[in-house]
Design a protein around this ligand. Structure first.
Ligand code: FES
Length: 102
């Protein structure tokens, strides 16, 4: 397997010692994973991988998505924001409006 140019990590709020709990899963981040994957497939984006993670310790900004290895952290990611993030990936830019700044 080749390393993806963009690995999108979507917070699934998982905790090491129990069930998912936190802002991201409460704001439907599980559905966001499926949505992103379907959009990646629909757009035919190669080099983009979508995965779910445990809590990223930025709960107040949830749902949180990290674009790795670029290092962009996106906050409050809705399906609409996800579209803009994928647009930015396609255009080799950054979805500035959704960046987490702190
Ligand atoms: S639950 Fe997503 S950052 Fe903590």
């Amino acid at each position: 397997m080749e390393k993806p140019a963009h690995h999108l990590f979507v917070c699934g709020s998982f905790r090491a010692n129990g069930a998912p709990a936190g802002a991201c899963v409460k704001k439907d981040s599980l559905a966001l994973v499926q949505y992103l994957q379907e959009e990646v497939d629909s757009r035919g984006l190669t080099g983009v991988l979508v995965s779910m993670t445990g809590c990223l310790n930025a709960c107040v900004h949830g749902p949180v998505v990290i674009d790795y290895p670029a290092g962009h952290w996106y906050k409050n990611v809705t399906p609409s924001a996800a579209e803009e993030i994928l647009d930015a990936i396609e255009n080799d830019t950054v979805a500035e409006a959704h960046l987490m700044r702190s």
